[in-house]
Design a protein around this ligand. Structure first.
Ligand code: BF8
Ligand code: SF4
Length: 653
């Protein structure tokens, strides 16, 4: 296609940068990114389209150099049915899916491990910059892990917690990993035992998965999919859950907090510093040093330092400090294109390589911090917890330095901001409910589910996919669920999308078309907590904080003595991007939650794998996957599933 024609196509698609008309930053800002940088996510996407169907269907294999091999028979009657080695579509699709899940579980695992290592250093007094902020959480984690707390000091307890967590990665005793025992729903553990997929450590299965999926090994799609489920368990209990719980110990368990969201949180008269990534060890220190150096900003003529959050670190600093939420993952470049972002500090995961190039078009300093995440065009300030204060100070100083070079003629700010209330940890929800029933805090929520006031619960998690952003997929799906009295829990970049649309704004509870019954519950609980209402959707944190949803689900299922799969609860990744989201979805499947995805997982090419995920799984963990590319139809399908679950429990449907 001629470049003019491509650009025309882009203009149409660029539209409002994946936001609804009411919430989008000015059209000028959206145009500015193309004018200044010559690129944007929508433009890059349209140059990739149409996607290669072999990849989309999961039937492209690059596991060896006889290939790449592509299996045409998945789509065409007389097409090629095997790779050079004889691998079929079923084998290739299953192997590819397991490798995707490994990518996610490894990411979350390393995240958790780094925090556990830090907790150990804190407990042994080896570092100064961090401390145990939440004793209550420390004791609750210890007791779930079976660690004695009586007559012991906090550092000794913390040392045991850290060592148990780290040992889970590589212990050789053959016993289930400790975090599984402490945090997984008991009915799920029984099922996993029967299937032989309870991990006894988390690194060996990752090695095993890479081994068995390499050329000339496991060709049995059922066997490979069992390894996939096991990888989901590892993601949940060596990744997500310890990441959340240990972060809470070090930085505090979130409570509901008020703030604002959208690109408009970047302010003209402040030094603007964005925190992007996932590592709270970095984010927390930057928050601290932005406070310490605030006066320095004033000396430069600014009103102070304005911290803003991007993607999951954005969710965490919102939850713990009320830092405004600037942008989801794909809007990070738009934040830079305002010309007023002085620095963006990043650590690991979901940091697009293009940010180096985009920042270079402005005075903005992109600052990488992890030895294993460097980006051309970025300044690198190596961050390690032993020297965290020096690094964080340098990072903030770089923002101050860059501010001096800001060119006001290139600044274009958006005025749109949306009030939000975020920070609904599992504990804060229990605390809120305990104001209604002190002895049995979960009871008011369970009663609402039983009566149908809360028809069901959907945890909506994951990413902003430019493929589906164009049609505002998430917003439409959430609206449809709310209309039907479904309680919506959000995390990750979906939380940013929700914030920008107003779903996290309690004031908007009358503005959206929310089912009367759900609205009454939101208002009652809100008033109990001292707000006008709860927001239409509850912000439960970053992607690792899906573990908070997991804790709620475990608590409800055990309280009712039901299996997770019997509950009217569903998980959805409506704009799936990352391997991490695949791993989270696999974890949800492992505990028994139905999982909706859009786009479809890369499985279309294999009837066997599709069958396992959409059907066989019902007999294994009680879960199933489904894909629906129309957001309203997806919500309807969830409502139908909830209805079926309600009926089989004898609840009013
Ligand atoms: O871990 S939601 S785009 S930022 S993967 Fe990434 Fe997806 Fe955002 Fe957080 Ni989660
Ligand atoms: Fe092809 Fe088999 Fe090699 Fe894959 S492992 S690239 S299917 S020959």
């Amino acid at each position: 296609m001629e470049s003019d024609a491509i650009n025309k196509k882009i203009d149409l698609k660029l539209g409002r940068f994946g936001q609804s008309e009411a919430t989008a930053p000015s059209a000028e800002l959206v145009d500015k990114i193309m004018a200044d940088t010559g690129t944007s996510s929508f433009e890059r996407l349209s140059k990739q389209e149409p996607s290669c169907w072999f990849g989309e269907w999961g039937v492209c294999c690059r596991m060896c150099y006889m290939g790449p091999c592509r299996i045409q028979s998945a789509r065409f009657k007389n097409g090629v049915t095997r790779g050079v080695c004889g691998a079929t579509a079923d084998t290739i699709v299953a192997r590819n899916l397991l490798r995707e899940t490994v990518g996610g579980a490894a990411s979350h695992g390393e995240h958790a491990f780094e925090i556990a290592e830090t907790l150990k250093l804190v407990a042994t007094g080896s570092i100064k910059g961090y401390e145990i902020k939440d004793r209550e959480k420390l004791h609750s984690v210890a007791s779930r892990l079976g660690i004695t707390t009586e007559n012991r000091n906090d550092n000794d307890i913390a040392l045991d917690v850290a060592e148990v967590t780290m040992a889970d990665f590589s212990k050789m005793d053959g016993m289930p990993i400790r975090w599984v025992k402490g945090y997984a729903p008991s009915s799920s553990i029984k099922k996993w035992e029967k299937l032989g997929i309870v991990p006894s450590n988390s690194l060996n299965p990752i090695m095993n998965a890479m081994h068995r999926t390499s050329m000339g090994n496991d060709a049995d799609s059922v066997n490979i999919m069992l390894a996939d489920l096991k990888m989901g368990i590892i993601d949940g209990y060596s990744g997500l859950t310890p990441s959340t719980e240990l972060s809470d110990i070090l930085f505090g368990t979130p409570e509901p907090v008020k703030s604002i969201a959208n690109i408009g949180v970047i302010k003209e008269d402040y030094v603007n510093l964005a925190i992007h990534g996932h590592n709270p060890l970095v984010a927390e220190k930057v928050v601290e040093w932005a406070g310490n150096l605030n006066e320095e900003a004033k000396k430069l003529g600014a009103k102070g330092i304005n911290l803003v959050g991007v993607c999951c670190s954005g969710n965490e600093v919102l939850m713990r400090h009320g830092v405004p939420m600037a942008a989801n993952e794909m809007q990070a470049e738009l934040a830079i294109a305002t010309g007023a972002l002085d620095a963006m500090v990043v650590d690991f995961q979901c940091i697009w390589p293009v940010l180096g190039e985009v920042a270079a078009c402005y005075h903005t300093k992109l600052i990488t911090t992890m030895p294993y995440v460097k980006i051309p065009g970025a300044d690198h300030v190596e961050f390690n917890v032993e020297h965290a204060d020096e690094a964080a100070r340098t990072i903030v100083e770089k923002a101050l330095e860059a501010y001096k070079k800001r060119d006001p003629s290139r600044v274009l700010l958006s005025k749109k901001v949306e009030p939000v209330v975020g920070g609904f940890s599992y504990e804060s929800i229990v605390k809120l409910l305990s104001k209604i029933d002190t002895n049995e805090p979960l009871k008011p929520l369970i009663n609402s589910i039983v009566s149908g006031d809360v028809y069901g619960i959907v945890g909506i998690v994951g990413c902003p996919n430019p493929k589906l952003r164009r049609e505002l997929y998430t917003e439409r799906m959430i609206k449809h669920l709310l209309k039907n009295n479904v309680l919506v829990l959000v995390t990750g970049c979906i939380a940013h999308i929700s914030a920008q649309e107003g779903f996290l704004n309690p004031e908007k509870v009358d503005e959206f078309e929310i089912g009367d019954k759900l609205k009454a519950v939101l208002k009652l609980l809100g008033e109990t907590g001292g707000l006008k209402s709860l927001p239409p959707a509850l912000h439960m944190g970053s992607c690792v904080d899906n573990s908070r949803i997991g804790m709620l689900v475990k608590a409800i299922s055990e309280k009712l003595n039901l299996e997770v799969s019997q509950l009217p609860v569903i998980a959805s990744a409506p704009e799936l991007i990352a391997e991490k989201a695949v791993a989270i979805g696999t974890w949800a499947l492992s505990i028994g939650l139905p999982v909706h995805t859009a786009p479809e997982l890369h499985i279309e090419g294999s009837k066997a794998v599709k069958g396992i995920l959409s059907d066989t799984l019902k007999n294994l963990t009680g879960a199933e996957t489904f894909t629906e590319l129309n957001p309203e139809a997806a919500a309807d399908k969830m409502i139908q599933l909830i209805k079926e679950k309600r009926e089989s429990l004898g609840l009013p449907a």
